[in-house]
Write a protein that binds this ligand. Structure first.
Ligand code: TXA
Ligand code: MG
Length: 341
């Protein structure tokens, strides 16, 4: 299959390109498109065959449910049983990087919801994504548009690297603003549980929900008896081909350890802060600001796949605010492997 890439300016949307993509979706096909978080691989959320095409292009296990993208809170009514808290959350954070899990209606097949009776709903804050949902006239089911297990794509080139020849069309809307995926939450009365930290932080959620808990699956390695609440969080994820290790210790020890590794082996990748003054062939610097870290993280992880690095050592970000999402993605990229120095 030939994968066509169409550049669209979000400030001057070319309706012909949006309609072409919407036609593919209406006919059960899939299209990659930009959102404010990461690129999504979209198909008709109400069509089982479209869901199968999504799983197959990504090589994704079919028990991992898809997020459905709608254009307004009211639009969600067609697909899910909403409640008062859902509307309050939408008022505060939608459109935006928040995904809410709700009981699903019959319109959503089990192929889309990974066999669950719930469905994850989100309203993306991206003009191209919203135009596409409206033109398709239905909810668009879309996981991140990467091969399963790889870091999510924040640029059209990343999508092409993973899915070239597997999908008919990519809409290139430039770099994604947030850079990590949406926050996925489950509601229970006035309480919410974060199943995946993302663009909306715990502190922000606390302005609307009286109690916000973090799923303990975010911090513990899954086992046979212990699984995170979001099925997708149990898989190794966000990983470049090289093995990733998180380096734990005071800054001086971390610097010394990283320099030593670089001296001993040419094929070492390093992720560190620029003020650590570490230099080497495959050294990538991350900013200290967590929003900037989020913006750059997946591009950095993907960079190493273009090198012959065999091991990557990374600093551990502080995990505050948006940093929690960054910490979660790095921990998963490392498969929880830590080196203490
Ligand atoms: O920012 C985002 O959320 C991006 C863009 C494209 O919208 N999408 C995305 O989708 O990251 P995906 O499929 O890569 O991740 C969805 C996560 C998975 O961990 C999945 O298991 C979880 O949400 N999820 C989806 N539906 C769920 C459900 N009904 N119950 C529990 N977890 C669910
Ligand atoms: Mg994903």
């Amino acid at each position: 299959m030939n994968t066509e890439v169409y550049r669209v300016d979000p400030e001057k949307i070319d309706e012909n390109i949006i309609n072409k993509a919407a036609d593919i979706i209406k006919n059960g096909g899939v299209v990659a498109f930009p959102t404010e978080t990461v690129y999504g691989l979209g198909g008709d959320a109400t069509n089982e065959e479209a869901a199968e095409r999504i799983y197959s292009a990504k090589g994704r296990p079919s028990d991992n449910p898809l997020i459905i993208h709608v254009s307004s809170p009211h639009d969600a009514e067609k697909y899910a049983y909403t409640n008062e808290l859902y509307y309050k959350l939408c008022e505060a954070f939608s459109p935006g990087p928040l995904t809410v899990i709700l009981p699903k209606k019959e319109t959503i097949p089990h192929a889309t919801s990974g066999g669950l009776d719930t469905v994850a709903v989100r309203i993306p804050d991206n003009k191209i994504a919203l135009a596409l949902i409206k033109a398709a006239g239905r909810a668009i089911a879309a996981p991140s548009a990467n091969s399963s297990g790889k870091p999510s794509p924040t640029r059209a080139e990343h999508v092409l690297d993973d899915l070239n020849g597997k999908i008919p069309m990519i809409i290139d809307g430039g770099e994604c603003r947030v850079g990590v995926e949406s926050t996925v939450i489950k509601l229970d009365g006035n309480k919410c549980t974060v199943l995946r930290p993302g663009g909306v932080t715990k502190a922000q959620l606390l302005r609307v929900c009286s109690c916000v808990e973090l799923d303990k699956g975010l911090f513990e390695k899954p086992t046979e008896d212990f699984k995170p609440l979001a099925p997708g969080m149990k898989y190794k994820h966000y990983s470049p081909s090289a093995e990733v290790y998180m380096v734990k210790g005071n800054e001086k020890n971390v610097c010394d350890f990283m320099r030593k590794q670089l001296c001993e082996n040419e094929r070492i990748g390093i992720i560190c802060y620029d003020d650590m003054e570490i230099t080497g062939k495959y050294v990538k610097y991350i900013p200290k600001d967590s929003a900037m870290q989020a913006h750059e993280l997946f591009d950095i992880l993907r960079y190493f796949d273009k090198t012959d690095a065999e091991k990557i050592y990374t600093v551990i970000p502080d995990g505050n605010e948006l940093g929690l999402a960054v910490l979660n993605r790095l921990t998963k990229a490392a498969g929880f492997k830590t080196v203490s120095v």
